[in-house]
Design a protein around this ligand. Sequence first.
Ligand SMILES: Cc1ncc(COP(=O)(O)O)c(C=O)c1O
Length: 352
Amino acid sequence: MADSTPFTADFRSDTVTKPTREMREAMLTASVGDDVLDGDPTVGLLERTAAEWLGKAGALYVPSGTMANQIAMGSWGRHGDEVILERGAHILAYEAGALGRLHGLQSVTLEGNNGVLDPELVRAAIRPDFIHCPNTAAICVEQTHMGSGGRVLPLDNLTAMGAMARECGIALHMDGARLAHAVVRSGHSAADFAACADSVSLCLSKGLGAPVGSIIAGDEAFLERARVVRKQLGGWMRQAGLLAAAGLLALEHGVERLAEDHELARELAGALDGKFGLSCPPEGVETNLVLVELQDTPIDGPELCTRLAEHGIGVLPLKPRQLRFVVHRDVSGKHVQAAVAALEAILTSRLS
Ligand SMILES: Cc1ncc(COP(=O)(O)O)c(C=O)c1O
């Protein structure tokens, strides 16, 4: 049976990638077991491989990036505690209010510069040990930073943040959904970045191309709590080795390839910047996300996305006057050209 896709060129997200033939074959032959009762050998192998890549003592394989982040939040915080996040953080803006709903946590948000927070501003936001104040449970950083278009948080900033957090005795969680992109772009290892944090999540099902699954990693004391929260959230899967087999291939073979996505993303930005009333300076494109500002277009983001869909191009509006294109394994230069041609057709015919 053929895979289904509503678009000829789908730039809505890097989650749309289809598993490769190698992944499907690995899934067919994976050794499996009941991961809750006895352990699943392939899940175990994936967890050990991911932990090693991240330089952490251990890791858990979980269904999604949202669950990985929320397991961390539920492990670090108790009802009434506070978490410090950058204003556009995925954990805050795109996880459906789970912080409050699931864990009774409240948030303090700070304005970042392309997702980068000043450690001294974060230090100032940590609550004093005082009967009237909530307890600050954790600080969150996001690598790469989705809301700023996949910018890479510099290693020296994260190192300073980690040192400050340790000094203050506050846990640092890294939402590393696209950490692999930061690795490829910066040349630093995943372990270098992850060393700054006490817990780190990683999505296998975005640019790395696995069909399902994410990782949450940390030291043994963290994992002990994390296993309980995973159980409470219903995220402990049974013969999940079927999926983990694809996740292993994603981690082993998906990382280096991301450089191609970064190059194509820049190419897309270069082709659109300053054209048809659009703005997206290519020098601001560091990884695989391209945020296109609708500076001088007669229609706004949602309508433009509807029109693009009529041309077979899938794109999402991140804000009313901003589109987000995500470049991934299943789009090519040909698709970029088709997107540029569709935008030209829609926007120039409207202007004339
Ligand atoms: C930065 C970031 N964190 C977490 C997630 C959540 O991942 P999932 O969709 O697997 O829940 C996403 C998804 O797009 C993301 O962009």
